[in-house]
Design a protein around this ligand. Structure first.
Ligand code: HEM
Length: 84
């Protein structure tokens, strides 16, 4: 996921910049079920938008495409994530 998320702490077969791909199903219920909206492996992202913007490495292209969307398109993507 790139240098931005890397902690350089390998774990089993994962090197220090590889993370388990999080299941997105139910992510819109995070506030209701967990009482917060913090995302990514260490909770650094305060919103879904911030979580997407931390994507790097193999996910850099997806992050870059997100930044090229206009606001209604970004809002639609976030609404979709929250509906999963
Ligand atoms: C439009 C495309 C994408 C969206 C909207 C998206 C969204 C998200 C969100 C919201 C999270 C946080 C999940 C959580 O904390 O529970 C996440 C995490 C993650 N995503 Fe994506 N993602 C996208 C594309 C990708 C791609 C292309 C890859 C890999 C090639 C990827 C790999 C990951 C990984 C490994 C994590 C966990 C990172 C960590 O915990 O630090 N994602 N994604």
């Amino acid at each position: 996921m790139g240098e931005g998320l890397a902690d350089q702490r390998p774990e089993f077969n994962a090197n220090g910049r590889e993370w388990r791909t999080a299941p997105l199903w139910g992510i819109g219920l995070t506030q209701a079920t967990s009482g917060h909206t913090h995302f990514l492996h260490d909770g650094r992202a305060r919103s879904l938008t911030e979580a997407i913007l931390w994507h790097g490495g193999e996910a850099q292209a997806a992050r870059d495409r997100f930044t090229q969307l206009d606001k209604p398109q970004r809002d639609a993507l976030i609404a979709f994530l929250e509906s999963l």
